[in-house]
Structures are given as C-alpha cells and as structure tokens.
Design a protein around this ligand. Structure first.
Ligand SMILES: NC(=O)c1ccc[n+]([C@@H]2O[C@H](COP(=O)([O-])OP(=O)(O)OC[C@H]3O[C@@H](n4cnc5c(N)ncnc54)[C@H](O)[C@@H]3O)[C@@H](O)[C@H]2O)c1
Length: 373
C-alpha cells in the first residue's frame, strides 16, 4: 500500500513526537517540515532525515505531493493553517487545544465537513492502553453507577517568577493559558472515560504570580490564570472536580483522573502510566500492571508489548496516529461515532465551548455556567 505523505508544521517540543509516532505506524511518512525559520527547519529536517524543509508553512499547503497537514505550532496558528490546508484539499491533524476560540473551532469544523476531509485533534493521552482498559471497564458497568470524577493536571514549570513561555501570552495561547491548554487533556479524558458530556461548570481562576521577570526578556504583567479550580456536572447529573496549575513543585507531568462508582473506584496517574488502581470497599484494593491477557479483549491491540515491558506516553501517541492514518488510508469520512477512534474537530469544538464556559463562570465570580452545545 502507498504510504500517506504528511507535511508537519511546527517542530519544537511536540513536533518531533508527532513525527516519531507517524513513523511508527508504518502507514505514512513525513515528507516535509515547516518551522518559523528556514534555517531551523533545514537543521531539523537534516537531523531527522526528512526530505524537504521550509520557513513558510504555505509551501507545504501548496505542495500537491502532500496528503495530510499535521499542525504542531503554538495555538494561535492552528486555525489559519488548518483552514488553508482544508481549502487546498488536505486532511488535517492539529494538536490541542484545537483553536484560540470556539468561533475559530466552529469555522474549522464547518470547513472540514464541507470539504469531506478527515479532521483530527491530538488528545493523545486517552490512547494509553490502561486508559482504554479503564474506559471499557466503566462501559461494562464494573464500577457500578458512576458518582464522581475527580482529578488534576499539575506541573511545576511556572513555579519561579523567572519562568515564562508563550503559554502565558493570551494572543498565542488564548485567554485561559494552562486551564485551556493542559486542562483540555483532562476535560477530554473525563468525557472519553465516562462516555458522558460535561454540561455545566463552576470555576475559580486566579493568577498567583502577577508579574514575571524572565531571565531573557522584559518584565511582564501576567494576563492568564496560573491556577484553576473547577467543579463540573456531566449530562447525567454526575459531578466532577478538577484542579490545574504549573506552580506545584515536584509534579513533573501529573495528570491524574479517578472515577468512583457504586461498586468501586479506579484511578490512573500519568506519571505511573502502566498501572491502574482499583478501589474496593469489601475486598482489598488492587493495582493492575499492564499485561495484555489481563486487559479487556476489545482494547488489547492498544498494547504492543508483553507484560513487564512498560508502555507510556509515546506509545499512546503512536496508537492515536495509527487510528487517524488508518482511517484516512481507508478513504473514510468522520461521523459522530468515530470520535471514539480519534478526537475530531467536533471534539475540539466541544472543549472550546467548555473552556469558554469556565471563563464565563470565573468572570461571574464562580457561578454555574452551561456549556454551549
Ligand atoms: N498533545 C500534547 O501532549 C501536547 C504537549 C505539548 C504541546 N502541545 C501542543 O502543541 C502545540 C505546540 O506546542 P510546543 O510545546 O511544541 O511548542 P514549541 O514552542 O516548543 O514549538 C512550536 C513550534 O512551532 C513553530 N512555529 C512557530 N511559529 C511558526 C510559524 N509561523 N510557521 C511555522 N512554524 C512555526 C516553532 O518554530 C516551533 O518549532 C501547542 O498547541 C501545544 O498546546 C501538545
């Protein structure tokens, strides 16, 4: 089978992981990379053995030899690049958050549907095999009736007043910074695991370090929150609670999610990706370590190594890219049910609406706000 040809835009932190995940699927090859400058693009393509490079993403969009545009740039560039790519007849993969606003996300979804092309957002974390197992366990009712979804996404990269990057700049990252950026993974996961939508939110957002003094660069008054505390309600009335901040020393990349039901609880921690904790009242708690024969048969294909061989973040990314690229290769067009296979622009738009409801709730001094449909 002929491999799909991907043009990758953005090659900073996450771009190289897109490339590696794509390569590992065997279904596609990255044939060109665009970054902000021609010189960096050239250096990067040489070190990764990619054919073409450019400092102008429009070259990739105009290239008839490219089937898929994969976007891994700061968030403000997602919409313009995606819209241009769709207009040029390319399938689009975009990293999260999908866009700066729900208006942009809506425009992207409409353009993708009109063009009949594949549209995907890389909420990669959910394709960790233990999370797919957790989803199957919940769907089969093994936890009983779900009553509470709780968790956090804590990191430490904003601990000092000298810490700074584009995620603190609303024009590049949107008005909610980490609450929209890292938070998006948790909102996606909470909805994916439970199969339910978050319909209402109550939020308190604050900026603890109000002025930052980057080692290189100017003193800056911070306009986005660095701490978010959110209560949410799912469409079946179940409540959830989520905290996010990058002010938490020692938490390197701590996304944690716990679901409690009438018969038991389960918890997954990103920093221990191979494990799933099960909580019981009438028998000892259990720690399940990844071992394919012990997992739900429907999700075993998300593990590619036997027990005792850790699978983690890059493997989840590969699983997601495999789902997206196999779908494109099969000539399919996304419909609503396909969001289980990979998050689409419809998934991204719902999360953009959720983030806007969080902003509105915080602005109203912490009142419940309904998530637009
Ligand atoms: N899925 C995940 O787990 C995950 C993790 C980290 C970041 N992200 C998301 O990925 C995106 C990129 O984040 P990052 O951490 O890699 O950022 P980064 O700052 O490390 O890299 C950004 C890249 O975009 C390029 N770029 C900037 N302007 C450009 C332009 N005009 N044309 C072409 N390229 C341009 C830069 O040259 C750089 O290569 C963001 O949306 C972020 O939220 C997702």
């Amino acid at each position: 089978m002929k491999k799909l040809r991907v043009g990758l835009v953005g090659f900073g932190f996450i771009g190289p992981h897109h490339l590696e995940a794509i390569r590992r699927t065997g279904l596609a090859e990255v044939v060109a990379i665009a970054t902000q400058s021609t010189a960096t693009a050239r250096a990067k393509t040489a070190s990764y053995g990619v054919e073409k490079s450019t400092g102008d993403w429009r070259t990739l969009v105009a290239d008839p030899a490219i089937d898929v545009i994969d976007i891994a740039t700061p968030t403000h560039l997602h919409a313009p690049i995606a819209l241009a790519a769709l207009a040029a007849g390319k399938h689009v993969i975009v990293d999260k958050p999908m866009a700066l606003t729900s208006a942009e996300a809506k425009q992207m979804l409409a353009a993708a549907r009109r063009a009949g092309l594949v549209h995907a957002v890389t909420f990669n974390i959910r394709y960790n095999v233990m999370l797919q197992h957790a989803r199957a366990v919940i769907a089969r009712g093994k936890l009983g009736e779900v009553r509470l979804v709780r968790g956090h996404y804590l990191q430490e990269w904003l601990l000092k007043a000298t810490d700074f990057n584009w995620r603190l700049q609303p024009e590049q990252a949107g008005a909610l910074g980490m609450v929209a950026d890292a938070g998006a993974h948790w909102y996606d996961l909470a909805q994916h695991l439970t199969g339910r939508r978050i319909t209402r939110v109550l939020a308190d957002l604050s900026t603890t370090i109000k002025v930052r003094r980057p080692a290189r660069g100017q003193q800056t008054r911070v306009q986005v929150p660095d701490l978010g505390l959110i209560i949410c309600e799912f469409d079946n009335g179940v409540r959830g609670q989520f905290a996010t901040s990058a002010l938490c020393a020692g938490h390197k990349n701590d996304l944690t999610i716990e679901v409690s039901g009438s018969r038991g609880s389960l918890r997954w921690e990103q920093e221990r990706p191979d494990e799933l904790w099960f909580g019981h009242r009438d028998e000892p708690n259990q720690l399940l370590r990844k071992d394919p024969p012990l997992l739900d048969p429907a999700v075993r294909s998300y593990a590619t190594l036997p027990g005792g061989h850790a699978e983690a973040w890059p493997d989840a990314f590969r699983n997601l890219m495999r789902n997206i690229l196999a779908f494109i290769a099969a000539g399919r067009t996304p419909r609503d049910g396909d969001e289980i296979l990979f998050p689409t622009f419809a998934t991204g738009l719902r999360i953009a609406h959720l983030v806007e409801a969080i902003a509105a709730s915080a602005k109203a001094g912490g009142r419940w706000r309904t998530v637009r449909r």
